[in-house]
Write a protein that binds this ligand. Sequence first.
Ligand code: ADP
Ligand code: MG
Length: 350
Amino acid sequence: MSEVCVKVALRVRPLLPLEVLQNHKVCVRIVPDSTQVMVGSDRLFSFDHAFGPTATQDEVYNSCVQPLVETLLRGDNATVFCFGQTGSGKTYTFGGGNLGEKGGIIDRVAENVFSLLGEKKNSDGVETTVRVTYLELYMEELQDLLESHNTDKELFISKNDKGNTVVVGAKEIVVTSAEELLSIVEVGNVLRHINITGMNEHSSRSHTILTLQVVKGFPNSNPSLKSSCSSKLCLVDLAGSERARKGNKGSQHKESAHINRGLLALGNVIRVLADRARNNCNSTHIPYRDSKITRLLQDSLGGTAHTLMVACVSPSHHSVDETVGVLQRAAKARRIRNCPTATSTHTEAD
Ligand code: ADP
Ligand code: MG
């Protein structure tokens, strides 16, 4: 089995109009014609891709996400997760519900998957189905964003017979076009917002996981047997990585503690996996079980998926400490090695 490293793309957003008005200074720059980023005048970080404030959504998509869609359609699992402080551009980069120039990763994935499937249609007798799940993880509780009524349904993180992570009980919807997929995401996003319990910035305090599962059914010489194989693409928008603000009280404090616990656990998993790769030692314990987000990302970090981390940062001197923290963790993530498994075909009686 060949190993592949987690790939990291760094994106620096432009200063926002209000920041310009308030005289924020730019302190994060991409080194021209390179994939390196400089903070201040002396701290340099290297990545697989680096995008500056003028990079378009198209450039980001074409250079680092599109190859993963091809991977998915070839039958391998893939993950894209956005990581960064609140306000750094994660949701902008992710998109969802905007099929134009401004459309982000979700929009472009939707278009790309269905146009590639359309091209291949009926050419080889393979029947392809795309199934979607959309989940939110808030305060260590999983919510199904495809269930329009707030059910008390419990969702469990488990492993399937191939050892892949699955969420038992998640509603799956079969989609047949980009528009259908995006309207499902839009409805899910509305649900995400109406769950707000009087707290601002709820959405930046929860993680969302949109999963596209591509199932291919192959013609079989024996008509009573069906062969199929499936692969998944997980698109994960993580909660903001900032530290708990001082003075948070009661439920807000609890909320911050949960977010921090999840992100702290994620940071630990990244650190342990990066150290393991550096020391060439496979026996270390990886603390996946410390939080739900790390359990959900187990296949993506040190597992069997092809993984891209999109680290988003603000260029402003006001958030330089947070930015350096994100860059350090992102640089560590590049050392993580995954072992993608070859497509396995599953045959069963009709
Ligand atoms: P996050 O999801 O990380 O909290 P957002 O994606 O909501 O951050 O971005 C914060 C603000 O910055 C939004 O107003 C968004 O439109 C703007 N923004 C982020 N990235 C870019 C970009 N690359 N170009 C222009 N505006 C951006
Ligand atoms: Mg966001």
